[in-house]
Design a protein around this ligand. Structure first.
Ligand code: NAI
Length: 345
């Protein structure tokens, strides 16, 4: 048997270790590193054959240059989104693999949890009853039944979210750059979606086109009772505009699992230090904002799938097989392409 391939595993959390150790079965030597990948920390991957990264690792050009300098030829993302990778820098130098779906149910169900927390104010009720305060004044919500859900992005997660909303008896309208044919989804333009929805949930990727897709102009169109839910990527919403909209009561509340500047804070404990980010502090101070720190994916089923698929992607890479979960930039079409079967060169 040859030497085991080594994986430099960045931004390790205890649960990563548990699930990757359980599914690795000794086939890779995994070097668990606590730091996030950046141009400064890339050197920690010295001697590795692959790096494994998550949502807030920074695979920018400088990081990729440094990894290539170490002779590393593959990055295995243990997540679906890839807005943290510079694909132009990676082109023809380092393969980028991802886990396209690990549990769309986990994310869609968490979006609903955020929605109903903001709507029915259970976060405030929890604090009150623990303090023996059984007063319910100020905690009124709205029925979801009969209301309109506006869904931006009708891929795997968006469609499950739609099914759940329909279960509540909601009318669903949606916007997608690539509407799904014969899906029975009522597609509308963005303007109509912003104007007619009582709740708006974001399920599209972060791209040049979707950055700040929800901004001051969008908030101006929304209903006063609207609740916005974001479990996709923070920069889909202009956070300063969101703060204004909440302060001026242009909308009723927000449920956020992601935040534009989350990379500096999420997945870490700042309870003793406080946070040097006034925007985040202001958001968290609002009683009608509920924030979780990028945990929508965080179920047992998703963690099992993440470990299994990430390791399978690497098996396929090292065996020279088709890389069905590769993401790459094509110069001819000037766009990023996902999951096209292609032999490793
Ligand atoms: P998907 O690829 O199945 O669906 C994305 C949908 O967005 C597609 O229908 C696509 O046509 C649409 N879309 C692309 N560009 C668009 C645009 N400019 N405007 C409107 N729609 C557009 O992706 P999936 O699996 O449903 O995931 C959605 C997003 O959820 C991911 O991009 C990721 O950012 C986020 N996510 C968050 C997690 C969390 O833990 N909070 C976990 C997993 C994913």
């Amino acid at each position: 048997m040859g030497e085991l391939k080594r994986i430099a595993f960045f931004d390790t959390r205890p649960y990563d270790r548990t699930y990757f150790d359980a599914f690795n079965n000794g086939r890779y030597e995994i070097d668990y590193i606590e730091s996030k990948l950046s141009s400064k920390t890339a050197a920690l991957a010295k001697g590795a054959d692959a790096v494994c990264i998550f949502v807030n690792d920074n695979a920018c050009k400088d990081s990729i240059d440094a990894l290539c300098g170490l002779g590393i030829k593959v990055i295995a993302l243990r997540c679906a989104g890839y807005s943290n990778v510079d694909f132009k820098a990676a082109r023809h130098r380092i393969s980028v693999l991802r886990v396209p779906a690990y549990s769309p149910y986990a994310v869609a169900e968490h979006a609903i949890a955020l929605l109903q927390t903001v709507n029915r104010k259970t976060h405030r009720a929890y604090n009150r009853t623990r303090d023996y305060n059984f007063n319910i004044s100020g905690l009124e919500g709205q029925d979801l039944h009969g209301k309109t859900a506006g869904v931006i992005g009708t891929g795997k997660i968006g469609r499950i979210f739609i099914d759940i909303c329909r279960g509540f008896g909601m009318k669903v309208i949606a916007y997608d750059l690539y509407p799904a044919k014969d899906s029975g989804i009522d597609y509308v333009d963005l303007d109509t979606l912003f104007r007619e929805s009582d709740i708006i949930s974001l399920h599209c990727p972060l791209t040049k086109e979707t950055e700040h897709i929800v901004n001051a102009a969008a908030f101006d169109k929304m209903k006063k009772n609207a609740i916005i839910i974001n479990t996709s990527r923070g920069a889909l919403i202009d956070t300063i505009d969101l703060l204004d909209a909440l302060t001026l009561k242009k909308i009723s509340g927000a449920g956020l699992d992601v935040y534009e500047e989350e990379a500096s804070f999420f997945f870490q404990d700042y309870s003793d230090k406080g946070i040097p980010d006034d925007i985040l502090a202001l958001l968290l101070a609002k009683p009608n904002v509920v924030m979780t720190s990028h945990q929508a994916f965080f179920t047992k089923e998703a963690l099992e799938n993440i470990a299994t698929i990430t390791l399978q992607n690497l098996d396929d890479y090292f065996a020279g097989k088709e890389l069905i979960n590769e993401v790459r930039y094509t110069k001819t079409e000037d766009r990023i392409m996902e999951g096209l079967p292609r032999k490793k060169s």
